[in-house]
Design a protein around this ligand. Structure first.
Ligand code: ADP
Length: 316
């Protein structure tokens, strides 16, 4: 599936289901907050209002602190079983990295989270992806696929901005969710761009085409587009594989910042990146989960010899 098509699917959502927290104006005071010496520190301060739109005490995870619990998930492309009985918890406010050799099922796994596989007849899920605190099984046939697409943001390998202005790219997901009021759109577009650490670079040219941005800026724009509707979970599918080392470092720094407010699952073929940005790592091999543990543990003292072989470059 092309990135553009997948993004359209990820973004499609009927306005009727817009979350109240997203549809309400966020407290605006910090949008005018004085500049900080650290742009990232400023971002952190400015990110809070988006979250404070929901009651402070509202739980964002289950009692064990899990945003998601994947239970015995299997997935078939027609007759081909690409995922076999995967179970992992995804901690709220953590970055979980998915690693493993090409073709082991990392992207397939990630795409189950927003039901992207539904588009092709013959694809089939079994098991559960429980989204908390509601306890909704995302891959249950009775769950409307729009639900995860509304609540989960996704960023793809290659930056895929729409052929629109910078502003309209970030506003796209908000408009789909029924937000019309210009002042609220302006506020959320600015917040999304600040969260993606792009605001200072584009604030004077919001109406310019997104295609005028560099590759790294375009990817941060895609992150802003995913964040603007305030998703509960952010999925990143090899988000830096098309970027140069400087743009990559910028995105990695950003991921670390975003962890303050979002739960993130990242697919990466770059083990150093997994070690740098994540707190938990899942190692996949031919559709199976071989090992899941704290990232430090996986990279210093893995339990499984296959994990050891992979991280030391003996295969993959
Ligand atoms: P990874 O992200 O780890 O590289 P993928 O999730 O892309 O792996 O692929 C997992 C397996 O599923 C591979 O064997 C791949 O060939 C297969 N696969 C991926 N996409 C499709 C598809 N659309 N139809 C059939 N098989 C697929």
């Amino acid at each position: 599936m092309s990135n553009a098509r997948a993004q359209r699917i990820a973004d499609q959502a009927p306005p009727r289901a817009a979350r109240p927290a997203s549809a309400e104006p966020a407290g605006g005071e910090s949008l005018g907050a004085p500049a900080s010496a650290s742009p990232l520190a400023a971002d952190r301060r400015e990110r809070r209002p988006a979250r404070s739109a929901s009651p402070a005490s509202a739980p964002r995870a289950d009692a064990a602190g899990h945003k998601v619990e994947v239970r015995r998930l299997s997935f078939w492309y027609g007759d081909f079983q690409a995922l076999k009985d995967i179970s992992i918890p995804i901690g709220e406010g953590e970055v979980t990295a998915l690693i493993g050799p090409s073709g082991c099922g990392k992207s397939t796994f990630l795409r189950c989270f927003n039901r992207m596989h539904d588009l092709y007849p013959g694809n089939r899920y079994d098991g559960e992806i429980m989204l908390f605190p509601d306890g909704i099984n995302i891959v249950d046939r009775r769950t409307d696929p729009m639900l995860p697409r509304l609540r989960i943001g996704m960023v793809f390998q290659k930056p895929n901005p729409f052929p629109k202005s910078i502003y309209e790219n970030v506003a796209a997901g908000l408009r789909i969710r029924g937000i019309r009021r210009k002042s609220l759109l302006d506020e959320k577009v600015e917040l999304g761009l600040r969260q993606a650490s792009l605001w200072d670079e584009v604030k004077d040219r919001l109406q310019a085409s997104a295609y005028e941005l560099s590759g790294g800026q375009q990817q941060r724009l895609c992150i802003a587009r995913a964040l603007a509707p305030d998703p509960e979970l952010l999925l990143l599918d090899e988000p830096t594989s098309a970027l140069d080392p400087i743009a990559t470092a910028r995105i990695e720094e950003l991921i670390d910042e975003l962890r303050q407010s979002y739960t993130i699952v990242i697919v990466t073929h770059n083990m150093q990146q997994a070690a740098r940005v994540s707190q938990r790592t899942a190692f996949f091999h031919i559709g199976k989960l071989i090992e899941f543990d704290d990232t430090d543990q996986i990279f210093t003292n893995p339990k499984h010899s296959m994990t050891q072989d992979y991280i030391t470059g003996r295969f993959g």
